[in-house]
Design a protein around this ligand. Structure first.
Ligand code: VG1
Ligand code: CO
Length: 544
């Protein structure tokens, strides 16, 4: 009989899962009972049959191994039959999603704070994914939060730590823990989706790339797939070893944090394509020789070409994008005669659409793109789809972008982040916006006249659930828009995100500077929201 140890506890404040799980400073997670309370709250509310299988893995950041050992003992006490854990405690977020689906697990714990920095003084996170492999929907995260508020005990067993570095099975008080190769299943899946032969051929004839794994989780995946299976030269993948502090990098694949890659791609020595991924491997950055591709454009360009890849031939059912993502994908959907869905920020909102077969590809402006192959966004998947398209079409990234804009027009797009601002100021700014919504239509700001202003609310077309308050939208008569919302992934103060977009038709100026093209929208945002007054910042911390 398993000896279950019941540990009395009291609730911690603020264990609400945000956009993508519970994220806090490592120091917060190190408090006795903090992680245990949250994990027990998950186990108490999620659906699972007796003898269920649980997947556990993370992005390898500091504190990963500690929480994995805690979670294994708690899984044993909570009636799970089997835990699948990635070797070394590693599973990229998309790989975890695949493992959950492939081995019919009841769900999984993904330990990551994604693009947030790692280390003893930085961030940690825990996210629960359900049996479809996707992030728990709001009904489930809501139940978890309720549970964290009343929890009075957690269950564990007395058992030594499991050796996470050796493949194979160990028994932990009636639970079987299987340490599996974190890369193999995922790499095999990728081979079933894309035309690896076509990619190998262009690589053999001199096509080059640089992949920056930013010392985070994708290194082993990228080396296996790009260098071993596709034949790119050794060293194509840089920062390829996952480090507990990500080597001090801020693994957010954008022009600020992947600057070295950007500089290389803008130089004489640029390879044919440059790519990067984030802490947990679900985001991607694509830069061609001399050409940066915004994530919103990447979604649209991939959607327009996805049927080139073998697994997607003749089966683009629809496209989904998060609300702040540019409408470039909408134009592709319209041209191809498929529906386009607009969801709130966060991958959990794509799950129902994917499960119902309503969409095949989805994406977010924050550098996440993915498809129905898993239920997470998938950084390397997007890179491989780009490679597949370029290889088959024999075209450069820059030429593909120009061709796309010449057909669909171009959505100039930028996101301005004001990070770590005071929570009161951020809330006052959002409240001020809400109070103005009714009066804004008809008002002019420079050359712009407001047509519609609202707070975005989403009704899930599959289960009818409603998610209100998902960001403020101000749409102007010329078709341009600004969006503002507060981040749900930060761990310090508040972060204001301002999204700016302006459409230029195919006969317009397709090769202009984005900052210049968005000047009127930037000025209107300041006039409407009073960003300087509310945040004390005269300029954004990050522009992507
Ligand atoms: C951010 C992005 C959002 C993304 C989320 C999780 O959320 O804007 O698009 O889904 O991070 O991505 P927020 O609430 O901070 O804007 V990841 O790569 O952290 O799993
Ligand atoms: Co991520």
């Amino acid at each position: 009989m398993t000896q279950i140890v019941t540990v009395p506890t009291t609730p911690f404040d603020g264990q609400a899962p945000g956009t993508s799980g519970l994220r806090k400073k490592v120091k917060v997670f190190q408090q006795p009972g903090y992680a245990e309370n949250f994990i027990q709250s998950v186990f108490d509310v999620v659906e699972r049959a007796p003898g269920a299988v649980l997947v556990i893995g993370g992005d390898g950041r500091y504190h990963n191994r500690t929480v994995i050992q805690q979670a294994i003992r708690m899984a044993a006490a909570n009636g799970y039959a089997r835990v699948l854990v990635g070797q070394g405690g590693i599973l990229s977020t998309p790989a975890a999603s695949h493992v959950i689906r492939k081995y019919k697990a009841s769900g999984g714990l993904i330990l990551s704070a994604s693009h947030n920095p790692a280390g003893p003084d930085e961030d940690f996170g825990i996210k629960y994914n359900i049996a479809n492999g996707g992030p728990a929907p709001e009904s489930v995260t809501g139940a978890m939060l309720e549970r964290t508020r009343v929890i009075d005990r957690w269950l564990t067993v007395e058992a030594p730590d499991v050796d996470l570095d050796t493949l194979g099975e160990t028994a932990v008080r009636g639970l079987t823990v299987q340490v599996l190769d974190p890369v193999a299943d995922y790499a095999d899946l990728m081979e079933t989706l894309f035309d690896f032969d076509a990619i190998r051929k262009v690589v053999a004839s001199g096509f080059t790339m640089r992949m920056d794994s930013m010392s985070a989780v994708t290194g082993p995946y990228a080396v296996e797939i790009l260098e071993r299976r596709l034949g790119f030269a050794p060293g194509t993948v840089v920062n390829a070893v996952p480090l507990e502090d990500f080597g001090g990098h801020h693994p957010d694949p954008n022009l600020i944090h992947a600057k070295e890659l950007y500089d290389l791609m803008m130089s004489e020595d640029a390879p044919d394509i440059g790519a990067a991924s984030d802490g947990d491997g679900d985001r991607n950055l694509i830069i061609g020789r001399g050409r940066f591709i915004t994530p919103s454009d990447s979604l649209a360009m991939l959607a327009a070409n996805i049927e080139i890849a073998p697994a997607y031939r003749g089966r683009l059912a629809g496209i989904a994008r998060s609300m702040p993502t540019s409408a470039a994908a909408d134009r592709v959907a319209e041209a191809l005669g498929v529906p386009c869905f607009e969801t709130p920020t966060g991958w959990k909102f794509f799950g129902n659409l994917l499960d119902a077969g309503k969409v095949t590809i989805c994406g977010e402006e924050s550098a996440g793109t993915g498809s129905d192959h898993v239920r997470e966004k998938d950084g390397l998947w997007a890179v491989l789809l780009w490679l597949n398209v370029l290889a088959v079409r024999g075209i450069s990234v820059d030429d593909l972008a120009r061709e796309h804009w010449a057909r669909f027009g171009r959505n100039y797009y930028a996101r301005h982040d004001f990070e770590g601002i005071a929570t009161e100021g951020a809330n006052a700014l959002m409240d001020g916006l809400k109070a103005q919504l009714a009066d804004l239509p008809g008002k002019t700001f420079g050359p712009l006249t407001v047509q519609v202003a609202d707070s975005f609310s989403y009704t899930d077309p599959v289960d009818g659930s409603v998610s209100a308050n998902q960001g403020i939208r101000v749409l102007f008569e010329d078709g341009s828009r600004i969006v503002m919302r507060l981040s749900g992934t930060g761990t310090q103060g508040a972060t204001l995100r301002l999204y700016l977009e302006r459409y230029e038709p195919s006969f317009g100026d397709l090769d202009a500077d984005t900052g210049v093209m968005l000047q009127a929208q930037i000025a209107a945002a300041e006039a409407i929201a009073g960003i300087v007054a509310h945040t004390g910042r005269t300029a954004p911390d990050v522009i992507t």
